[in-house]
Design a protein around this ligand. Structure first.
Ligand code: AP5
Ligand code: MG
Length: 184
């Protein structure tokens, strides 16, 4: 299966991605994880990524697309993949469709995590990642609302959107995803 997970910060994308990838035996990519590693590199791209992450802003599409293009070419992606936190903008989604066309494949499911803002803030307050400071979370939520929520319409039109209630325990949320995707 070829799946993307979309949702606001703290929605549980990473938590559920690990379980779904294990259940399906597919490759998993969190663009956030890759970018956090890449920010340490002493290159122009590394410095640009670090500045964006420190400001809680999205990294430019071209930098993220380079990472995804490289990853899609890996042989383990040929049998399916799950992208956690990608795409995050309509231009990224358009490029992903083009990349999959090049590989003669198409997306099976876009899972949209829906959860109230207070629950997100409570979850992230307990986690303590560098970008979990209150003002950075606000910025990340603003970008999500403005740049990422249009993807719901984009994937709805392509008939692959699954809206998931992401409140409740991790087991409850996994159960909802598993039912939506027809997982064993
Ligand atoms: P990224 O790392 O993807 O961060 P995010 O989208 O803000 O989401 P999080 O990782 O914070 O949350 P999550 O939904 O994975 O939830 P988690 O499972 O951790 O991106 C970071 C940054 O990188 C972005 O801000 C941007 O700058 C850049 N970036 C990444 N991708 C990009 C792209 N495509 N384009 C441009 N820029 C990009 O859960 C959160 C917490 O809640 C955890 O502590 C967890 O244990 C807990 N939890 C999870 N589920 C539950 C539950 N059901 N009940 C209670 N607690 C729960
Ligand atoms: Mg995550």
């Amino acid at each position: 299966m070829r799946i993307v997970f979309i949702g606001p910060p703290g929605a549980g994308k990473g938590t559920q991605a690990a379980r779904v990838c294990q259940a399906l035996g597919i490759a998993c990519l969190s663009t956030g994880e890759v970018l956090r590693q890449a920010q340490a590199s002493d290159t122009a791209a590394g410095r640009e990524i670090a500045a964006r992450l420190e400001a809680g802003e999205l990294v430019p599409d071209d930098l993220v697309l380079r990472i995804v293009t490289d990853r899609l070419a890996d042989t383990d992606c040929h049998h399916g993949f799950l992208f956690d936190g990608f795409p995050r903008t309509v231009p990224q989604a358009v490029e992903l469709d083009k990349l999959m066309d090049d590989h003669h494949t198409r997306l099976d499911a876009a899972v949209l995590f829906e959860v109230g803002e207070q629950e997100l803030l409570d979850r992230l307050a307990c986690r303590g990642r560098a970008d979990d400071k209150k003002e950075l979370i606000r910025q990340r939520l603003r970008d999500y609302a403005k740049l990422t929520t249009p993807l719901a319409e984009y994937y709805q039109q392509r008939g692959v959107l699954h809206r998931i209630d992401a409140a409740g325990t991790t087991d409850q949320v996994y159960g909802r995803i598993a039912r939506a995707l027809g997982l064993p």
